[in-house]
Design a protein around this ligand. Structure first.
Ligand SMILES: Cc1cc2nc3c(=O)[nH]c(=O)nc-3n(C[C@H](O)[C@H](O)[C@H](O)COP(=O)(O)O)c2cc1C
Length: 177
């Protein structure tokens, strides 16, 4: 099973990047799963216009098409998903259709990116994704990992394994069809 893990923060030193990296590593520990991290920051999409063929559009298109499922990991910015992420996602449409999707939303505060999840939820259904109903809300992201990169925050530690299992379950069911 091929999973694309899309990291949506545009910030240097992003906390969501660390979360995305960790979740990608955990996915790769599962049998028959191959997960690839796609960092939207690195792809550096310009503001949407009819640019013709941009290399990063080609690159992300290939990754979306090759993915059996897509896990989005992104922070809440001002009550929604980051504008830079939405801008990058707007380059595509058909690629999302019937694609199994899940979201881990990140915040430094206590609400785990709840508003970003709601914004994403509407977007994912609009573009035809098959969205996992459960969302991983990652709160207090600055204190999530110890110096060795192991998770130490108790809610994250207890929630991420079930979330990843459920996402793999959904993706596998849809591959089978
Ligand atoms: C532009 C901006 C807007 C933010 N808005 C919110 C917000 O609406 N809710 C929230 O809980 N945290 C908000 N934060 C704090 C983020 O949760 C925190 O910076 C987190 O580390 C962001 O993830 P990142 O490091 O991956 O960019 C905001 C941060 C930035 C930079």
């Amino acid at each position: 099973m091929n999973i694309a893990v899309i990291q949506g923060s545009p910030r240097s030193g992003s906390n969501s990047f660390r979360v995305a990296q960790f979740l990608c590593e955990q996915l790769n520990r599962k049998q028959l799963v191959s997960a690839n991290l796609v960092n939207l920051k690195e792809l550096n999409f310009p503001n949407f216009d009819d640019h013709g063929e941009l290399p990063q559009v080609h690159q992300l298109k290939e990754k979306l098409l090759a993915a059996d499922g897509v896990l989005f990991v992104f922070p809440e910015y001002n009550g929604g998903m980051p504008g830079a992420m939405k801008n990058a996602l707007d380059y595509f449409r058909a690629e999302y259709n019937f694609k199994p999707m899940a979201a881990a939303t990140v915040s430094a505060g206590p609400f785990g990116g709840l508003n970003a999840w709601h914004a994403f939820h509407s977007w994912a259904l609009y573009v035809g994704g098959i969205l996992l109903p459960n969302n991983l809300k990652v709160s207090g992201v600055s204190n999530l990992f110890n110096d060795e990169g192991e998770p130490v925050e108790k809610n994250f530690k207890s929630n991420y394994p079930k979330f990843l299992d459920e996402f793999c379950w959904l993706t596998e069911k849809l591959i089978a069809d």
